[in-house]
Design a protein around this ligand. Structure first.
Ligand SMILES: Nc1ncnc2c1ncn2[C@@H]1O[C@H](COP(=O)(O)OP(=O)(O)OP(=O)(O)O)[C@@H](O)[C@H]1O
Ligand SMILES: [Mg+2]
Length: 469
């Protein structure tokens, strides 16, 4: 090449390639955003890079880069999202609660936290009549507020929360109430269109769309009373009217009935507190629950505190199923994850069925895989673990990895998190996990363990029988 070429290349690379100082800066930035990091990496980095973290677990495998029983820390400062899966009793809820403990409570022995986040848990379980396990965080002194539907009184949901051990003054149960200002055209359309089969949009939606469009065109704020009045003036066939009334009645049950309810804004959250929205109720099907969660997520995000928000779904397979409402809610979660750096909201999803959404697996920066034994599940998720397609293919033999998942003990997991710095290389420089796999044992929890199995003979009994009380 000509000397002119060499000169020009030199000028470009020196000025714009940023090989030296900028390379250093990029690495620092990567560690700052690292979802997990080891204690060794945290000690190599300066405090200003990792100002807020909490202990999540310990290295439980063998590696040249990570010491035995190396503490693994969760970066609480940078918003990151986590997917947790595994079969029954494998330790998902326990890991989820450990993350929530880290994020919600300052505890010098456990975490480094300037200001706690606010927590929101979405729960829906019409099968087992259990309360959301995260509610047990009240035993740690974290203020827990549970929001339930009024009609859940039929299954004593409120009382089941109040009967938990360690509730004292740290747990309250409120009726879920929406105000006019929480509803807009988009939310009303979703709420009125939800359909158990989710197959077709009901005919009455044409009229509802017209009423809502007119309200928007006239620049009026949405009023549920006026909406009902406008609907009364329309004619519907009896079949249509019955379907519409089903949805209207449900929505109406969430509108304020008393003066006290009128003034309530349930979506304002405070740092260091946990809000559980529990729609377990035989009168609410899973697609209605998804539509309601979708609206709640938008409202919680709008009202989040400055320190940020952590949104968690435990037992997500119970409501994130195949319907249109579940797809809409999944899309809202995906959007939240995509924008997590801007909206300071982290999403954690725990599910028995890892197949609920490949997109969620792809977007979450960390996948924590507890023990499961279904080869079919493994085959359908293997290319989506840790947010990097074909990661497993690079990391090693697929059958070998499946074997390692099957062999995990309770509380242990294989962690896929390509952008996490959990090791040190031969020069003691922080090293990214990349296509590697971290075997981790979740740390012991601080609060009451609400997930212990209920044994026939009463030993190790679950709810209401904790000996830590
Ligand atoms: N890291 C751990 N250390 C100690 N005990 C643990 C750990 N993880 C789980 N356990 C024990 O195992 C029990 C079951 O765990 P967990 O409730 O998290 O299971 P799960 O995967 O959520 O199951 P399910 O799908 O049935 O809800 C816990 O209540 C706890 O007693
Ligand atoms: Mg669980």
């Amino acid at each position: 090449m000509s000397p002119e070429y060499e000169n020009e290349k030199k000028r470009f690379t020196e000025r714009y390639l940023g090989r030296n100082a900028k390379e250093q800066g990029r690495r620092t930035e990567e560690i700052r955003m690292s979802p997990l990091c080891s204690l060794a990496v945290a000690h190599k980095a300066s405090r200003s890079i990792l100002p807020q973290y909490g202990l999540l677990g310990f290295h439980a495998g063998q590696s040249d880069d990570i010491s035995d029983e190396e503490p693994i820390l969760l970066n609480i400062n940078a918003p990151n999202s986590t997917f947790i899966c595994g079969s029954q009793g494998s330790g998902k809820s326990y890991t989820l609660s450990a993350i929530l403990e880290d994020c919600l409570k300052k505890d010098a022995s456990l975490n480094e936290l300037k200001e706690p986040l606010a927590g929101v848990v979405f729960h829906y379980d019409n099968d087992s009549h259990t309360v959301a396990e995260a509610a047990h965080l009240c035993s740690l002194g974290i203020k827990v507020r549970v929001l339930v539907s009024k009609s859940s009184a039929a299954t004593n949901l409120k009382q089941r929360y109040l009967d938990m051990p360690g509730v004292a003054k740290n747990l309250t149960v409120d009726n879920f109430v929406l105000q006019d200002r929480h509803l807009n055209v988009e939310r009303m359309l979703k709420m009125m269109a939800f359909d158990e089969q989710d197959e077709k949009v009901p005919l009455y939606m044409v009229v509802i769309q017209r009423i809502l469009r007119d309200t928007a065109i006239n620049g009026q704020r949405f009023s549920f009373k006026k909406f009902l009045k406008d609907l009364k003036q329309e004619k519907f066939s009896p079949g249509q009217e019955a379907m519409m009334d089903m949805r209207l009645n449900l929505l109406q049950s969430f509108m304020p009935q008393t003066a006290t309810e009128q003034g309530k804004d349930l979506f304002k959250t405070t740092p260091g507190t946990l809000t559980i929205v529990d729609f377990s109720d035989p009168l609410i099907d899973s697609s209605s629950a998804c539509v309601l969660f979708d609206t709640c997520l938008a409202l919680f995000k709008e009202n989040r505190p400055k320190s940020g928000l952590v949104v968690a779904l435990d037992e997500a397979h119970k409501f994130l199923n195949k319907g249109a409402a579940a797809a809409n809610f999944t899309e809202r979660l995906l959007q939240t994850i995509r924008e997590q750096r801007h909206n300071a909201t982290r999403v954690i999803i725990a599910t028995q069925e890892p197949t609920i959404s490949e997109k969620l697996l792809d977007l979450c920066s960390t996948s924590i895989v507890h023990r499961f034994t279904s080869p079919a599940w493994f085959n359908s998720i293997k290319d989506h673990l840790g947010g990097v397609s074909s990661l497993v293919a690079e990391a090693g033999d697929r059958n070998e990895i499946f074997g390692r998942i099957v062999d995990l003990n309770v509380g242990e997991s294989l962690v896929f998190s390509p952008s996490s710095f959990v090791g040190l290389d031969g020069l003691e420089k922080p090293k990214k996990l990349g296509s590697g796999i971290l075997r981790m044992k979740t740390r012991l929890r601080e609060g009451v363990d609400g997930g212990r199995s209920v044994m026939a003979a009463g030993a190790g009994a679950g709810e209401g029988k904790e000996d830590e009380e």
